[in-house]
Ligand binder design. Structure first.
Ligand code: SF4
Length: 112
């Protein structure tokens, strides 16, 4: 009986964790896209893991070198991460104002 109780508690804990971390049991976008450490440290998709990356404004891949703020999710619609985990649900940004500094993107492009 005690073993069963312990199993139920472990299951409850796993459910609780997955409720607060979208990426539990999934391959996170930063792994799937092989993002370098510098990007991982700054990208809001690693910092706010309770949402999938396509629901966060200003993730690294939503930025472009023309100073976009990262509201445009058209890149997500064709992305393999969204295709795998998005369940074909419409994309709607839910977290605003936490995006990467667009200057980082511009600096990286200059360094190429
Ligand atoms: S393009 Fe969109 S769905 Fe793909 S990894 Fe970037 S934020 Fe996520």
């Amino acid at each position: 009986m005690a073993e069963l109780t312990q199993k139920v508690q472990i299951t409850d804990t796993a459910t609780e964790v997955s409720r607060f971390n979208f990426w539990v049991d999934k391959q996170p976008c930063w792994e799937k896209c092989h993002c370098p450490e510098m990007i991982k440290a700054e990208c809001p998709s690693t910092l706010y893991q309770f949402l999938p990356c396509w629901e966060i404004e200003g993730t690294y891949c939503k930025l472009d070198d023309r100073g976009a703020t990262g509201k445009d999710t058209s890149i997500c619609e064709v992305c393999r991460v969204y295709k795998k985990y998005g369940n074909s649900e419409p994309i709607r940004i839910k977290l605003f104002g936490k995006g990467m500094d667009t200057q980082l993107k511009a600096l990286e492009n200059i360094a190429r």
